[in-house]
Write a protein that binds this ligand. Sequence first.
Ligand SMILES: Cc1cc2nc3c(=O)[nH]c(=O)nc-3n(C[C@H](O)[C@H](O)[C@H](O)COP(=O)(O)OP(=O)(O)OC[C@H]3O[C@@H](n4cnc5c(N)ncnc54)[C@H](O)[C@@H]3O)c2cc1C
Ligand code: SF4
Length: 340
Amino acid sequence: MPSSGPSWRRSHEEFGYLRPADPAEAVALLAADPHARYLGGGTNLVDLMKLGVERPRLLVDLGRLPLADIAPTGDGGLRIGALVRNADLAAHPLVRTAYPVLSQALLSGASGQLRNAATTGGNLLQRTRCLYFQDTAKPCNKRRPGSGCPAREGVHRDLAVLGHSEHCVATHPSDMAVALAALDATVALLGPDGARSLPLGDLHRLPGDRPDVEHRLLPGELITAVVLPPPGPGRSAYRKARDRASYAFALASVAAVLGVRDGRVTRVALAFGGVAPKPWRAWAAEDLLLGAPADEASFREAAEAELAAARPLRDNGFKVPLVRNLAVRVLSDLAEEAAG
Ligand SMILES: Cc1cc2nc3c(=O)[nH]c(=O)nc-3n(C[C@H](O)[C@H](O)[C@H](O)COP(=O)(O)OP(=O)(O)OC[C@H]3O[C@@H](n4cnc5c(N)ncnc54)[C@H](O)[C@@H]3O)c2cc1C
Ligand code: SF4
């Protein structure tokens, strides 16, 4: 493939490839062609192209953009460029010490090889692993709006128990995004009309009757960075349940941040993965926990309150106790650590 030059198209199987060096140029390319796609590490997009799920006319490779730095912010937080590789982010000393939940989430995902290629921006926008979504011979409302959702009656063991709709029960697959949700991260964006930012919790949409619209980016918008607030008091951890010990997506996962003083919860942030179409911030549980005794009974009561909204399907009811027990375990461990 040429490293730059005009796009070319002779059939649906061929696509153009450009490698701009300037973020504004990348945005202009995307804005000019609704069939263009950004290419991060390519570990998800290229797989979907091979399956025929994605058929871009133009790939805009982000590899030359100056967005691969991790730098402290003036207020004690951290700015993570969109092109920082998952492996580098997990290994960064500030991430490991100040935001262990993020490092642990990244290391629980994929394989070493994939983490070396996958980027921060691409990880956030990776698509669902629902089998029907990946199979173009099957209907799927997310791939082809209005065609139906065979997963509801079919294979849905891995799919959502929270936040889904009759139109789609897919889960968001990213581990990293769950940790970022618990950390109150912000996503920095650049679009044709300039820069803006979104709380990470607002980046992904619930499916409702439009499962094909997965996020709140405007046409052509590029993720340029993820910004973490200062770590604050307390400890954090990520725990993931999966079918195999490694190299598997979450059946359920929990990211938790917990601060404890005099036996009571002074700070808490809790997010669930593998159980919803987006990283699921457990606001109801957090409300109950703030000021409560930092003990197993409170953690169980809070997790159960959050999961009262769960609507499991025929074969995925096991996820409700699974995520509840994971949440209780990870919070109990953090409380024990705090007690020394
Ligand atoms: C076998 C296997 C196992 C895996 N296991 C796990 C797992 O356990 N946990 C987990 O979390 N992940 C897992 N993954 C997924 C992996 O983490 C993702 O494929 C990867 O993070 C995607 O990043 P990328 O840079 O390669 O994205 P790409 O494939 O390059 O892009 C993904 C999407 O993001 C868009 N995009 C990329 N960068 C930007 C940007 N800066 N701004 C706007 N849009 C952008 C692209 O256009 C595309 O739509 C697994 C993948 C494989 C193949
Ligand atoms: S769950 Fe969503 S992604 Fe899976 S088949 Fe149904 S509509 Fe498609």
